[in-house]
Write a protein that binds this ligand. Structure first.
Ligand SMILES: [Zn+2]
Length: 93
């Protein structure tokens, strides 16, 4: 018995994605990999990976990673896109 496979309309589900950003002062998130706080440090240009995690096509949560930890975790949400325009803009004054 053969079953004809109908072409299924795949709804385009949003997928988890990650972006690389500078750590903001006052950031109090914990790293999803090492569980240490992702803290702003004035002397170091620290960066974090922020991942929007989708589950079953729905936004589920945001995960924060140290830049290094994200790589150590094997980039679970794909290669982080560098934040482009946000960092290019600077406020005068
Ligand atoms: Zn970490």
């Amino acid at each position: 018995m053969t079953t004809a496979t109908l072409p299924t309309l795949k709804s385009i589900a949003p997928v988890s994605r990650a972006v690389l950003r500078p750590v903001d002062p006052g950031n109090d998130a914990s790293c999803a990999h090492c569980d240490e706080p992702v803290k702003f440090a004035a002397r170091q240009q620290r960066r974090q990976v922020i991942a929007n995690v989708y589950s079953d096509g729905r936004w589920n949560r945001v995960e924060h990673y140290h830049e290094d930890c994200y790589g150590a975790a094997g980039a679970p949400h794909g290669a982080p896109a560098a934040a482009s325009e946000a960092t290019a803009r600077r406020r005068a004054g």
